[in-house]
Design a protein around this ligand. Sequence first.
Ligand code: DX5
Ligand code: ZN
Length: 226
Amino acid sequence: MGFFGSVGGRVVGAPSILAADFANLAEEVRRVRDGGAELVHFDVMDNHFVPNLTVGPAVAAALVESTDLPVDAHLQVMRPDSLIPAFVEAGVASIQVQPEVTLHLHRTLEAIKNAGLEAGCALNPTTSPSVLEYAWPYLDYVNVMSVNPGFGGQAFIPEMTEKVRRLRELTDLPIQVDGGITAETAPLMVAAGARVLVAGSAVFRGDRAAEMRKIVEAGEGALGDA
Ligand code: DX5
Ligand code: ZN
């Protein structure tokens, strides 16, 4: 079973290495692992879909080699299809794409799954969950972006709790949330139905292990409200 298939009702911490020290990635991941991180969130940006430019398959492959945690690639790029084989080769465990720019979503999700990886969709803040109506059979998880993709450290968009709630009505698949997740916003998202908490700046601007643990525990505290 893949990582997302095993999430169940748990709250999972997924540090976004976008905010980490890129010169010391392996050590950064060791630190968040000590804080209970279970999944590494790897943001790929192409300066077209988003203004920012980050890292690609070569860095993903090095990271996969350096850790036993699964690596989840979030492709914030205009043409995800041409990158999928290289990320499969890099050894990532899952790949998520943005349906806003994925012309043939069925084909793309099938390409990810046929390679033995888990497949996800990340939805921009104003993208409706309804775009997934016919995609559910090919998905293993969904990511609700709670900021506009492109940069770490942006303010959480509070209306996204409602979107998580709506998605919870539509699917039992794990809901990931990404953007502005802190010990304050994590409980709101977990209460709404999210289980996988992506956090970048809230983790890597302080004591990595302690901040990771704080966010997961804050989320777990809201499980009763879910
Ligand atoms: C934004 C990325 C996020 C980013 C979140 O485009 O998808 O994963 O790292 O950063 P924070 O947690 O700082 O909002
Ligand atoms: Zn991301």
